[in-house]
Design a protein. Structure first.
Length: 420
């Protein structure tokens, strides 16, 4: 059995590719079911966020597993596998563990050290648990990654002055508008990213916060946290002309904001600029909207430049985190290798127990037949010794005949024999 990761992220693939291979929360149960039905895959979990889509699997063969998972991802989205291949990366065994530990610790994120990915990993874990696609290996890998992330944040300054995609979006709004106290903000969606962005914008004193969502109850519940207003998506056209800042992050497969709607809103605003930040994958805003003169449209990828600022301290902390991760990878694989040893020990003990029971049964029959107890005990001891030593002795004879010196030396260590 091998551990395998295959996927795309913000480094390996542009936004349009990540959009094509993204898997929504609503599709995850069926996706996991289909993935685990692939014969070579024994365990599976899927992580799909705005910046990555990754398949974590326990497979019978790493090479065959790479081919099978890449084909599955393309087939699931009805895509040409040759087109996707150039954007995919993969990791095997120890590299899989190291990759997940780095992801959980925020070292593989667009914003170095951001904590949001850990929550997304935990959600992916819960989805896999609910789907029944986790086994012993992947379960332990996820649990270990959660502990590693906690250790990294406890022992390094990677989380000092937190910077997330959401806070970066608000920072961009401050750069464009300066004082935000007279600016109205419209948030589309009601998930974690939107909540984080609303928290940051509320903290800097935005004038009015409106949250639009398909579920108006959820929108109102979130808006109440910021003394804002919750509306349904159907009312966006009425609120948009009054909004200076629009931040959107939904799981919709189709755009929420079209070029036409934004153009009409600009006319009603007499062409006062609107900052639109699209944090969704797939995108919530039609890319053509960027052609409008008074629309400042930014996608997730456009935030990269802003995100690079003030990152030196986090980069120093990341070096410390890498040392922790390397140590934890070693510990995880010691556990993983130990599982193989445990199975061998269990099998050997069962075999010895069977020999013991057979010898006791024969010795008991001797006693019933009136044989002296000393004779029965001697028979029991001799039989048990011969049974236990037969297979190792034959293996040692074979190793000697074939001059397998390494095996003979290993046998001395295992059997506790003196070395020359």
């Amino acid at each position: 059995m091998s551990l395998l990761t295959i996927g795309v992220n913000h480094i390996s693939a542009p936004l349009e590719v990540r959009e094509r291979v993204a898997i929504t929360d609503s599709d995850l149960p069926s996706a996991l079911s289909l993935l685990i039905d692939t014969p070579i895959i024994q365990e599976a979990a899927i992580v799909s966020t705005c910046n990555r889509t990754e398949l974590y699997c326990s497979v019978d063969s790493s090479e065959a597993g790479k081919i099978a998972t890449a084909k599955w991802l393309s087939d699931f989205h009805n895509l040409d596998i040759d087109h996707n291949q150039s954007y995919l990366y993969n990791h095997n065994d120890q590299e899989t563990a190291k990759h997940m530990f780095r992801v959980a610790s925020g070292l593989d994120s667009m914003v170095l050290g951001e904590p949001q990915i850990l929550g997304q990993l935990k959600q992916a874990y819960q989805h896999a648990v609910s789907a029944g696609t986790l086994g012993k290996q992947l379960n332990q890998l996820f649990q270990h990654s959660f502990n590693v992330a906690k250790k990294v944040r406890t022992h390094t300054s990677i989380g000092t002055n937190p910077v997330s995609v959401a806070s970066t979006a608000v920072s961009l709004a401050k750069q464009i508008f300066g004082d935000l106290s007279k600016r109205n903000a419209l948030f589309i969606g009601a998930g974690e990213t939107i909540e984080l962005a609303a928290q940051h914008l509320s903290a800097v004193g935005a004038n009015r916060i409106t949250i639009a969502n398909r579920n108006i109850t959820r929108a109102q519940k979130l808006a109440n946290k910021f003394n804002g207003y919750g509306i349904s998506l159907s009312y966006i056209g009425e609120v948009l002309p009054e909004s200076d800042i629009v931040i959107t992050a939904t799981s919709s497969t189709l755009p929420i904001l079209g070029k036409g709607l934004l153009e009409r809103s600009l006319k009603r605003r007499k062409h006062t600029p609107i900052l639109v930040i699209d944090l969704a994958i797939p995108r919530d805003v039609e890319p053509e909207a960027a052609m409008l003169q008074d629309i400042y449209l930014y996608s997730v990828d456009d935030l990269k430049q802003v995100i690079q600022e003030n990152m030196q301290s986090r980069m120093n902390a990341a070096e410390e985190a890498e040392i922790i991760i390397d140590d934890e990878v070693t510990k995880f694989y010691q556990w993983l290798r130990g599982q193989d040893v445990t199975d061998v020990i269990r099998t050997y003990r069962c075999q010895a127990e069977q020999h013991k029971n057979e010898a006791i049964e024969k010795a008991a029959r001797m006693l019933k037949q009136g044989k002296p107890s000393e004779e029965a005990m001697q028979f029991l001891a001799n039989t048990l010794v011969n049974k236990l030593l037969h297979s190792p002795t034959e293996a040692l004879k074979s190793a000697g005949a074939e001059n397998h010196q390494e095996l003979l030396e290993a046998a001395k260590t295992i059997l506790g024999l003196p070395r020359d």
